[in-house]
Design a protein around this ligand. Structure first.
Ligand code: HEM
Length: 485
């Protein structure tokens, strides 16, 4: 009897173990749509529910596509590092980019973004970009500061204030200034920059509000017309023709435009690409700056630690923030000496940035999980990661995950901390920038923008502290959709 049991077990093992099974499939009750409505309503809650029902890997039907969600961060590597011949991030984004920006990506688009970003938004390229951001921030924050006229106090919401300043300074740093800088008519040029960037920000906010429904293709006709108007406006304002009139256009914008021209992409299409770049660069940095400022104001001990660090870096550069002294000049090198502020930025993004990473399955493949189990994925399906709930908010990885702890990412001695799950060290413990080949190429510049804004806003602005009495809980911000192609 024992002999036959052993033979049967061996047979079963060879049948089950030899061929990986597919992840549990849940199609919901509505044909084709599947779980599209639940997913749209509250992605985080929906996925948590599915995880409770099916475990760390499952496939759900959403709007005609089968999405396999992988919920175990120890297994993310299998997706993030998979070769593009097996899991592709571009195939999925083309349709979306066309609908949302009117842009039809060309074959080498991703390469062009990568090459220009490595040159201008990372390493030494950041020296120039940080300086440009700094100067434009100063124009926006301190313009007319020395005018003798008594200027009335203005009241603004903290979110609007932060988004407005960071959007406009980032836009001017990337897309250039009105001509006339460094000439006797510089003041006039600055005035025009202020007015034009303010107008553009107003329109951008309108587009931002329509964006999620536009991405899901569920805009009612009137909003669709408005989205169309806005698209055309951005294509025109950011057009190649208009940009030829500007001074100080960043190498990042210039190079990408030229690469596309050399590939024979027509000018009207290059105008549209500029809109895509504006959205990618400016859609998240302003809101993130707001969150950091708010968290710092709600946590005086964090505020003090950041202030002390900023003061120390300034003192080392022989600069000081005090009434009547020259405006401080912060460089890329100075921004590299702020581990406490870096940790506060990372903590802010952990709490508020919630991208979904999506890849198309190009050919049938087996996915090996960290626990050794293998699952078969079908060609044509999609694989997705939602790190916000699977790692950023996991109490095992980040104890008290809803609490802002400015030094969460630092050891006592100021070095960077490691994070663990099931006793195993995690490579992916915070993923606001995505990961792998599609990781945000602007992340180093974005962090510098946020840091420059916050250090410029903190000192000598006690009126902002009125917001300390606000009652709030951190919701998921509108960061859930990101584009790559
Ligand atoms: C807090 C600010 C920012 C956040 C949270 C953020 C996050 C992201 C994420 C999650 C992606 C998609 C990754 C993926 O699909 O796997 C992305 C893509 C991208 N980001 Fe950022 N980003 C920020 C700021 C910026 C800035 C300042 C720039 C440029 C100056 C930028 C340029 C881009 C571009 C061009 C892409 C598309 C890359 C490609 O398709 O190859 N981002 N970003």
């Amino acid at each position: 009897m024992a002999f036959w049991t052993a033979v049967l077990c061996a047979l079963l093992a060879s049948v089950l173990g030899g061929r990986p099974t597919e992840p549990p499939l849940d199609k919901g009750h509505i044909p084709w749509l599947g779980y599209a409505l639940d997913f749209r309503k509250n992605s985080a809650e929906f996925l948590k529910k599915m995880q409770r029902r099916h475990g760390d890997i499952f496939t759900v039907l959403i709007g005609g596509y089968y999405f396999t969600f992988l919920m175990d961060p120890l297994s993310f590597r299998a997706i993030v590092k998979a070769p593009r011949a097996k899991l592709d991030f571009e195939a999925f984004a083309v349709e979306l980019v066309t609908r949302v920006f009117g842009y039809h990506p060309c074959k080498n688009n991703h390469k062009i973004i990568q090459v220009s970003s490595t040159k201008h938004l990372m390493g030494d390229g950041l020296v120039v970009m940080t300086q440009a951001m700094m100067e434009n921030l100063q124009t926006l924050m301190f313009h007319n500061r020395d005018s003798r006229e008594e200027r009335p106090w203005q009241q603004d919401g903290l979110f609007h204030y932060s988004y407005n300043i960071v959007f406009r300074a980032g836009y001017l740093a990337l897309f250039g200034n009105e001509p006339g800088m460094g000439t006797p008519s510089e003041e006039k040029a600055k005035e025009r920059d202020l007015i034009q960037s303010e107008e553009l920000f107003d329109e951008f906010q309108k587009y931002d509000r329509l964006f999620p429904r536009l991405a899901y293709a569920v805009l009612p006709p009137r909003d669709k017309m408005e989205a169309e108007r806005l698209k055309r406006l951005f294509w025109k304002v950011l057009s190649v023709k208009n940009s030829r009139e500007k001074d100080n256009i960043s190498g990042w914008i210039n190079d990408q435009e030229q690469f596309l021209a050399e590939l024979g992409v027509p000018e009207y299409m290059r105008d549209r690409f500029m809109f895509l770049l504006l959205w990618a660069a400016q859609g998240n940095t302003g809101p993130s700056s707001f969150w950091l400022l708010l968290y710092l104001m709600k946590h005086p001990e964090a505020m003090q630690a950041v202030r002390e660090e900023v003061d120390k870096v300034l003192a080392e550069a022989h600069q000081e923030v005090k009434p009547g002294s020259p405006v401080v000049n912060i460089t890329r090198d100075m921004l590299m000496k702020t581990p406490v502020l870096d940790s506060a930025v990372e903590e802010t993004l952990r709490l508020t940035a919630a991208p979904i990473l999506i890849r198309a399955v190009v050919e049938d493949l087996n996915l090996k999980m960290a626990n050794g189990r293998e699952y078969a994925l079908r060609k044509g399906d999609r694989v997705a990661l939602f790190p916000y709930i699977t790692v950023q908010m996991d109490p095992e990885v980040h104890p008290e995950p809803h609490t802002f702890k400015y030094n969460r990412f630092l050891n006592q001695d100021g070095t960077k901390k490691d994070f663990y799950k099931n006793g195993k060290k995690l490579k992916y413990f915070n993923m606001p920038w995505g990961a792998g080949t599609s990781i945000c190429p602007g992340r180093f510049f974005a962090v510098n923008e946020i840091k420059l804004f916050v250090q410029g806003t903190l000192p000598g602005k006690p009126y902002l502290e009125q917001f300390l009495s606000l009652e709030w809980t951190p919701p998921l911000t509108g960061l859930a959709i990101f584009i790559s192609f």
